[in-house]
Design a protein around this ligand. Structure first.
Ligand SMILES: NC(=O)c1ccc[n+]([C@@H]2O[C@H](COP(=O)([O-])OP(=O)(O)OC[C@H]3O[C@@H](n4cnc5c(N)ncnc54)[C@H](OP(=O)(O)O)[C@@H]3O)[C@@H](O)[C@H]2O)c1
Length: 319
């Protein structure tokens, strides 16, 4: 069974799972000669589209495994009959931690203190605390729950919103959002970028937010209409803390950099020291499932039920 992984650290462990496993490293540049034999392709983490065109030359491919929780970038390169799995869970702690860091930094004005410190200026004032704030988590999934877990010790209250309502878990459906937005002090975006969520945060959404409320985006830049956000920031209607932007990377001369009330981090939510060991564990578990004919975890598109050594059904429906 030929497996491709993006890190040499994974090779020995994955090869040790079964005697017939052979592993090559593909980081997105030099294409290994085994391309015609690959059955299980773990894609590089911060992958460019060019690095994924290789799937067109993988006739034996059965599984594409991303190391990101978002997978919208992989869908165009998923051949018919191939199962796509994402890295749901791998980034929960790291991304939730950054969401909290952005919230606290923005509310307590840490960037202002850093700028003052550079000028050796001692300037204090009263700024909002996270304590007693009402936080709306839009996309109450794996990372959303991890954000909530970290918010509660800060004595904030949380409203959970997902695509579908789950009343037994206190989760509201997206249809209720217009009524919920106006009472939130902080709105955190942490859902996938899909046709439904693209530009969901438009002028109307922003107008429904409480004046001066904080928008935190740790999901995908495309969920926010950047021009509408710029307009809202300019008049002080909202503040924003963004780990992801549209476009990305944000060009040097983009107006978002200098907009009032904004804090920007360069899409580093999942990219911390927590990433590699957790990604390694996921890859080891998924390859073990594949070679043992067990159901894969985190199936997000494609047929889902696959095992090594059986031909792929190119007629299988894609999600
Ligand atoms: N900044 C970073 O570095 C970073 C790192 C990791 C992940 N992310 C982003 O975070 C996203 C979430 O990851 P996750 O692992 O938490 O995903 P997840 O467990 O699949 O949860 C996604 C949540 O979003 C909800 N959702 C989907 N479509 C929606 C819609 N149209 N309206 C409202 N809610 C909707 C889902 O609701 P249902 O359950 O009702 O379907 C679910 O609650 C990823 O897709 C990725 O884009 C960013």
């Amino acid at each position: 069974v030929r497996i491709w992984v993006p890190y040499s650290e994974f090779v020995a462990d994955v090869e040790a799972l079964a005697p017939d496993i052979e592993v090559d490293v593909y980081k997105g540049d030099t294409v290994p000669a085994s391309i015609g034999d690959v059955e299980f392709f773990v894609t590089p983490y911060a992958v460019t589209p060019e690095a994924l065109v290789v799937t067109a030359d993988m006739p034996r491919l059965r599984v594409m495994q991303t190391l990101s929780a978002g997978y919208e970038h992989a869908l165009p390169y998923l051949p018919a009959g191939v199962t796509l799995c994402n890295a749901r869970g791998v980034h929960d702690a790291s991304t939730a931690e950054l969401a909290l860091a952005l919230m606290l930094a923005s509310l307590r004005r840490i960037p202002e203190f850093v700028r003052n410190q550079e000028r050796h200026e001692w300037r204090g004032a009263q700024y909002p605390a996270l304590a007693d704030k009402h936080v709306l988590i839009l996309g109450y999934g794996s990372i959303g729950a991890a954000i909530e877990q970290r918010l509660l010790p800060f004595e904030a209250t949380v409203t959970r919103v997902a695509r579908r309502p789950r009343p037994q878990d206190g989760v509201h459906g997206i249809a209720e959002l217009p009524h919920l937005l106006s009472s939130a002090d902080v709105v955190v975006l942490v859902m996938p970028l899909t046709a439904e969520t693209k530009r969901l945060v438009d002028a109307d959404f922003l107008a429904r937010m409480k004046t001066g409320a904080l928008l935190v985006n740790v999901a995908r830049g495309g969920i926010v209409d950047t021009d509408a956000l710029l307009d809202a920031l300019e008049v002080g209607a909202v503040r924003a803390a963004l780990d992801v932007t549209d476009p990305e990377p944000l060009p040097e001369d983009h107006p978002l950099w200098d907009a009032p009330g904004i804090l920007i981090s360069p899409h580093v939510g999942g990219n911390s020291s927590a990433f590699l060991p957790r990604a390694h564990r996921l890859v080891r578990e998924q390859v073990a499932r594949f070679v043992n004919g067990e159901p894969l975890a985190n199936v997000v598109a494609g047929p889902g039920v696959v095992s090594s050594g059986t031909p792929r059904d190119v007629g299988a429906a894609r999600e």
